[in-house]
Ligand binder design. Structure first.
Ligand SMILES: [Zn+2]
Length: 379
């Protein structure tokens, strides 16, 4: 007999539609129906969850995550990575892209292998929708907290090895458009159906525009670690901000970007192209304050996505419904996963987050199963 669960009495944000005091019927791992219900529509022996005064939203999708709970994906074992993944799940992130920073060839390869499907299906963890490589083909000047000694020129041969090791599961690669060989490399990534993302770049406006023409479709933490906008020289930032075909990641932790910069992005970028990310480091889930490297540069963030959503609402003109898209349907769309993720809709995976009115995460359903709460990290 099918396993039915019914979530009732809460405000549901699909996020493209809103149902006040609606219900969600879950059948096994999938959503069977969303909206208003007659009692006769609820099968016998359904488990009922009454979430009065709460909101139900799709599980968050975070496309830029380096670790959490004291663990950095790049220098840890598959076993210890599960703790980091679980921390994200408890904060409402039901899908993510583990993100591998600039490192040696061997280290990148090993981290990719740690995330290959056979090793990652062991426990109940957020869905790994693929991998994100942040480098190593980036600018030395704009490397941020990435290690200079591992930065190199784009190599198709090397990338082919990574793609193979990942079982064709690399989704995003960050590179600096101005470095030698970048444009051909962008074409290669597009042929492999990998999203080429501009980031950690010192490119000028025209160089960036050429790269967009070659296939750049995403910007890695827009404004951070890239040539800034100046009124007579709009730089990489100006180009990536203006081009509608480029989606933009934003770290809305209140430290990486001034509130007015968030507002500016929201005014210029089409809503469907804005994606909030954590850029979570190993300190995610451990402390709230941002982290700095030895040279005083900000690196990564510890702010969970529900907090980033709150910041966006506070600092921009966006409503809750609109902001919610930046952590659910928008990332699902750029990853071409809309048929499964990012929406509360019939036949989608039953990845559901229950929030209270202050947007604190109260309950998480992962493919229809309740995630053990443990210690939810909320601030
Ligand atoms: Zn990062």
């Amino acid at each position: 007999m099918a396993d039915y669960k019914f979530i009732k009495n809460c405000d549901i944000y699909t996020p493209l539609k809103t149902f006040k005091k609606g219900g969600i019927l879950i059948e096994g791992e999938k959503i069977a129906k969303v909206g208003s219900f007659k009692e006769s529509e609820i099968p016998d022996e359904t488990q009922i969850y009454n979430f009065q005064n709460h909101l139900a939203v799709p599980g968050f999708i975070d496309i830029h995550v380096h670790g959490g709970a004291g663990i950095d994906f790049t220098d840890s074992s598959p076993e210890s990575m599960t703790e980091a993944l679980r921390t994200h799940l408890q904060n409402g992130t039901t899908s993510l892209l583990p993100t591998i920073e600039t490192a040696s060839h061997k280290q990148i390869l090993q981290t990719i292998r740690n995330f290959t499907p056979s090793k990652r299906e062991i426990r109940e963890l957020p869905h790994i929708l693929g991998l994100n490589l942040e480098g190593p083909y980036i600018s030395k000047e704009k490397r941020g907290a990435q290690l200079k000694k591992f930065i190199r020129k784009p190599s198709v041969a090397e990338m082919k090895e990574y793609i193979e090791a990942s079982k064709k599961n690399i989704k995003v690669v960050t590179l600096a458009p101005e470095i030698e060989g970048a444009l051909d490399f962008i074409h290669f990534l597009r042929d492999q159906e990998i999203i080429p993302s501009a980031g950690h770049t010192n490119a000028r406006y025209l160089e960036t525009e050429k790269a967009v023409k070659s296939g750049i479709r995403h910007a890695t933490h827009l404004f951070n670690a890239m040539r800034g906008f100046f009124h007579r020289a709009p730089g990489a930032t100006g180009c990536l901000l203006l081009k509608d075909e480029v989606s933009a990641e934003i770290i809305a932790d209140g430290f990486h970007l001034h509130p007015l910069t968030l507002h500016l992005i929201e005014r210029v970028k089409p809503l469907g192209k804005i994606i909030l990310v954590t850029d979570a480091t190993k300190f995610y889930g451990i402390k709230k304050e941002p982290s700095y490297d030895e040279e005083g540069r900000l690196f990564g963030s510890s702010t969970p996505l529900n907090e980033a959503v709150k910041n966006m609402i506070q600092f921009t003109g966006l409503s809750f419904e609109e902001t919610l898209r930046t952590v659910t349907s928008n990332p699902a769309k750029i990853l071409k996963m809309e048929h499964k993720k990012g929406h509360l809709k019939k036949d989608r995976d039953a990845d559901i987050v229950i929030l209270d009115k202050e947007l604190r995460v109260r309950k998480v359903f992962l493919k229809g199963k309740i995630v053990p709460t443990g210690k939810n990290i909320n601030f």
